[in-house]
Write a protein that binds this ligand. Structure first.
Ligand SMILES: [Zn+2]
Length: 270
């Protein structure tokens, strides 16, 4: 049995970083379905994590970080059409009250530099998507704060504030967290548990495994289409194949060790 969690950000027809087009998202779904993959829901994931159920032999779960409006505008249509569940991790300070109008395209870099609430999901859109039964929501901190080197108070503010918000919106018996930019330290790991989260997603590349800390769940980044369909699917297929295989875990651990060594080597050279 294997579970691979895919990470996305934007879904938009414009070519941009951290973006896939709606067509690519649809092709991805169709292709992996044809290969015998099942797309599992957040509930199925949670029950599996707690060993309350088993999953189909080859499982995928889709996650979207940051909660961009384009997830509703373009992604939701595709997910609805194919009846595919997904989870969106919200930056809870970036939720505008009212529903959207026609917005001119803004690149990811632009939004990252100058955050604009209008480009994030509104309450109404979140509620509509959630009521479909397909889309779940969870926390990605209150302000997308990097969780490294924060004080206890700052960490608790980021984690508890956002959890309370999600809780007020969505009544579920579990709540998950997603590390902004994949960054955390020991204090952050303590805080996420103190705030009552049940698990957390990282950006460490690899499959889901019971051997890993459930507050550092691994994923595969499927965010960046970059305009070449062949290249995108070749890379993604390779990753999903490796991480769904018997060797997925070993490969992921080796890759992480190698990355850490490389970082240390770079630091030494400085
Ligand atoms: Zn993020």
């Amino acid at each position: 049995m294997s579970l691979v969690v895919l990470m996305f950000h934007h879904v938009t027809p414009q070519k941009d970083v951290l973006s896939v087009t709606p067509e690519i998202l649809e092709k991805l779904i169709v292709r992996f379905k044809q290969k015998g993959f099942h797309f599992i829901s957040y509930r199925e994931f949670y029950d599996y994590l707690n060993k309350k159920n088993t999953l189909p032999k080859k499982s995928l779960m889709l996650t979207f970080d940051d909660g961009y409006y384009d997830n509703y505008q373009y992604g939701y249509e595709v997910l609805k059409k194919h009846n595919i569940p997904a989870v969106i991790f919200l930056i809870t300070s970036m939720i505008p009250g009212e529903k959207k109008r026609n917005l001119p395209f803004k690149s990811h870099h632009e939004l990252n530099k100058h955050p604009d609430k209008n480009y994030f999901l509104s309450l109404e859109e979140i509620k509509e998507m959630h009521s479909s039964g397909l889309i779940e929501f969870d926390s990605h901190t209150h302000t997308h704060q990097n969780c490294v080197n924060l004080s206890k108070e700052e960490l608790e503010f980021q984690m508890c504030e956002s959890k309370n918000f999600i809780k007020s919106l969505i009544n579920r018996d579990f709540y998950g967290f997603c590390w902004p930019r994949g960054r955390f330290d020991d204090n952050a790991l303590e805080a996420v548990k103190r705030c009552g989260y049940d698990f957390a997603f990282s950006t460490i590349e690899g499959p889901f495994s019971f051997k890993h800390d459930k507050f550092i769940i691994r994923r595969i980044d499927a965010s960046s289409f970059r305009g070449d369909e062949k290249v995108y699917f070749k890379r993604l297929n390779k990753k999903v194949n490796i991480y769904s295989s018997f060797y997925g875990n070993i490969y992921s651990d080796l890759r992480l060790k190698f990355q850490k060594l490389k970082k240390r080597f770079k630091a030494l050279k400085r």
